[in-house]
Structure formats: C-alpha cells, structure tokens
Design a protein. Structure first.
Length: 204
C-alpha cells in the first residue's frame, strides 16, 4: 500500500511542476486528484474550475457541492472514492479542454488509474467519457455500465451540466441511483459494443 501511495504522490509532484501545455502559466494550483489509493470507485471529471484552481482540490465548487449531494443520496462515502479530472489545470474562463491539453495530461490519468486499479471508473461529462467511448453520444450511453478491455465504466453527465441545464437534473440523479444499484448487484454491465458509424455523429 505504501508503495502505491508513494507512486501516487510522485505523480502529484510531477503535476505540480508540469509545463507540458500552456495552462500551467495561468494556474494558481494544479489539481491532481484526491482520495484513497485503494478506492474501489474513481470519478473522472473534465477540468478544474475557479474554486478547484484556488484550493488545488477537485470538485469543491458548486459542482462539487452537487456531487456531494449525489454521493450522499447514493450512500457513497466521498472519503472512500478517488476524484480526478482529465486535465489537471484550469482552462481560461472554464472553457472545454482542448485536445492538446487532454493529450498532455493523458499519461498522468493513465498512471493514476493503473496505481489505484478501481473496480469502477465513473466518467463525468463527455470529455471524460471520450477516453473509453470516443465516438459515442453521452445522451445515449449515460447511466449504462459497460466493460471496455476488462475495465468497468459508468458514464454520466457532469454535475455542472445539471446546474446549467436543470432539465438534466433528473437524469443525473437517476444515474446515481443506477450506480447504487450496480454496487448492490442489482444492475449488470454489458461488454461495450461501439455504435455503427452512421450513429457516431456527435457527443450530444
């Protein structure tokens, strides 16, 4: 366990000194992620926002408060899950991550996953989802657990999406109920089958 913790801390230190993309120049603090190295569930968001940048911790702003509510509703202890993001520094104006930024941080996330070895990776938002489901529409795959190369994924909308579009709130809450059902053995995952190319038109 200590060796895994040390490996995770080594990644944190690399991120703290990272200059792989221009985002490092405008950050207050990098946001590598937080949670126990033995977490069974790993939540992967998209990018830090204003409050995350100020504190160096993931999901501490409005989205984080909503995530806490959703976790509590699903009877999941946040202290027992690992929370990270696709990119580790805040994009200007909270814009979407750019492909080059995602690529610059890809190795950090891959190594975090390899160290933590979570049973379930919950992707929050389309940029996070794209890691496992690069050509899918989030509106079609959210809330559906799928196995990809042996890893169990559970794609969801990002909590911020429900804050900006209240019509999505029920879908987000239902997905967390489905996550609870998956944890309780009441929902089973299927092997992922990519959609036909004719259906792979957009992420929405």
């Amino acid at each position: 366990m200590k060796s895994r913790e040390a490996a995770l801390e080594a990644i944190n230190q690399e991120i703290a000194h990272c200059t792989r993309c221009p985002l490092h120049a405008g950050r207050t603090y990098p946001v590598p992620g937080a949670g126990p190295v033995a977490a069974e569930i790993m939540f992967v968001g998209e990018a830090p926002g204003f409050y995350e940048d100020q504190k160096g911790m993931p999901f501490v702003g409005r989205s984080g408060q909503f995530l806490d509510e959703l976790l509590a509703g699903a009877k999941i202890d946040r202290q027992k899950v690992f929370v990270s993001n696709v990119i580790k520094c805040r994009p200007p104006g909270n814009r979407d991550p750019q492909p080059a930024e995602v690529e610059a941080c890809r190795g950090y996330l891959e190594r975090q996953i390899a160290i933590i070895q979570p049973e379930i990776i919950v992707t929050l938002g389309r940029h996070s989802m794209a890691r496992a489901f690069p050509s899918e529409k989030i509106s079609l795959v959210h809330g559906q657990p799928r196995r990809v190369a042996g890893q169990l994924y559970f794609p969801m909308y990002h909590p911020a999406a429900a804050l900006h579009r209240p019509s999505l709130r029920e879908a987000v809450e239902e997905d967390f109920r489905r996550l609870r059902a998956l944890l309780d053995g009441q929902l089973t995952a299927q092997e992922y089958q990519p959609a036909p190319k004719s259906e792979q038109l957009s992420f929405f």
